[in-house]
Design a protein around this ligand. Structure first.
Ligand SMILES: Cc1cc2nc3c(=O)[nH]c(=O)nc-3n(C[C@H](O)[C@H](O)[C@H](O)COP(=O)(O)O)c2cc1C
Length: 356
């Protein structure tokens, strides 16, 4: 197959394949390995503050001189109110009791100890580090940030989960749109945290292609040649893979989490707000079953900050009942081996399927 598309031209890569940003899973090693195969590696910066962004980018640059993208969360920050404070302390004591009942001793942060990152500080770090490809999720960048990044010759990739969101990104001059189907692993990139569109990838990609005149990267359920070629047929010029790399050598998941993935059944993969306050597609467990549908969920990012300590404690004890493992709906053997080998295998399979 001829791999050249608008995406390879814009990104300057050999293949229009993007290693998905996966905050907590992506490592500088994964990014460097993905870029080395001729795909685009993406460093997930999540909501890391300025100094940590600088350090993560520097660590990646030490491993590769090739271009890679950085990815940030551009959510708005909820206003602090008395209501929020009292809700926080209610959820905090609920989670502390739950953790204790299940043998996890955790120190949960007090409301006043929480630091929330404004994505503009991340943009400052990105510009200072001279990164030229930025992808983002959870909304759109504000106008001054778009202008600033463009002045610095930065290519922008925004995430949409509906045609309406794609049109907002297009109208703001975002260069590439990443269309995230409902089957995708991890957080929904929706602009609204709770009232999310729930549109499957097949419908969404085809509709965005019909209504928006921008190069499209598709994300959600791609794990082999057939799924990649289906996205191509529907109008994608780029292909973003996340779950495919969860068990790669460079993934930050621990061995017990990788093993847990191998046992996952389709009914185990759910959309939940319980861990972060935003919808994320994850493997269900005790925590999700207890918390989903209750009032013990704070708006993002407060719930996320509160459950971080719980998830860390669960990780340390290899306790799958309380860790958060994000995964998409395409269950597959989750190949082990290096990121490079897994991506090369995908490329080879596509070439075989298309006869060139
Ligand atoms: C573990 C995990 C973490 C993720 N973290 C991020 C992230 O930090 N930023 C982002 O834009 N998308 C994130 N995503 C979503 C991916 O970018 C992508 O949409 C998704 O992985 C595609 O679906 P797939 O997992 O079926 O390949 C994450 C996905 C996973 C599985």
């Amino acid at each position: 197959m001829n791999w050249s598309t608008q995406i390879t031209t814009l990104l300057g890569t050999a293949y229009p394949i993007v290693q998905a940003p996966m905050f907590g899973v992506t490592t500088p090693e994964m990014v460097a390995a993905a870029s080395a195969t001729g795909a685009l590696g993406t460093l997930a910066l999540g909501d890391l503050p300025y100094e940590k962004c600088i350090a993560a980018i520097a660590a990646t640059k030490r491993l590769t001189a090739l271009p890679f993208a950085v990815n940030i969360f551009v959510n708005s920050i909820p206003e602090v109110s008395e209501n929020l404070r009292s809700h926080y302390s209610k959820v905090r004591s609920f989670i502390a009791t739950l953790a204790h009942q299940h043998g996890l001793e955790v120190e949960l942060p007090k409301f006043e100890d929480i630091h929330l990152t404004d994505y503009r500080e991340q943009i400052a770090a990105i510009i200072a580090s001279e990164c030229k490809i930025v992808s983002f999720t959870f909304g759109n960048l504000d106008e001054p940030s778009i202008a600033l990044l463009k002045e610095n010759n930065t290519l922008l990739i925004g995430t949409c989960t509906s045609v309406a969101e794609a049109q907002i990104l297009e109208a703001s001059g975002i260069d590439i749109i990443c269309v995230q189907g409902l089957e995708a692993g991890g957080h929904r990139g929706s602009f609204h945290a709770t009232a999310i569109p729930r549109i499957g990838g097949l419908s969404l990609l085809s509709q965005v292609h019909d209504h928006v005149d921008k190069p499209l990267i598709y994300a959600g359920g791609i794990y082999n040649a057939r799924t990649l070629l289906a996205a191509k047929q529907l109008g994608a010029a780029g292909f973003q893979v996340g779950s495919l790399l969860l068990k790669s050598r460079e993934s930050a998941l621990l061995d017990f989490e990788k093993q847990h993935l191998s046992q996952v059944k389709e009914s185990d993969i759910v959309l939940t707000r319980s861990f972060s306050g935003r919808f994320t597609r994850a493997i269900t467990n005790t925590f999700i079953k207890i918390v989903d549908g209750t009032d013990y969920i704070l708006p993002y990012p407060y719930q996320n900050k509160l459950t971080n300590a719980l998830r860390r404690a669960a990780k340390a004890k290899e306790n799958t009942d309380f860790v958060g493992i994000w995964v998409g709906q395409s269950i597959h053997p989750y190949r082990e081996g290096s990121t490079g080998d897994i991506l090369q295998e995908l490329i080879r399979e596509v070439e075989e399927a298309t006869g060139c």
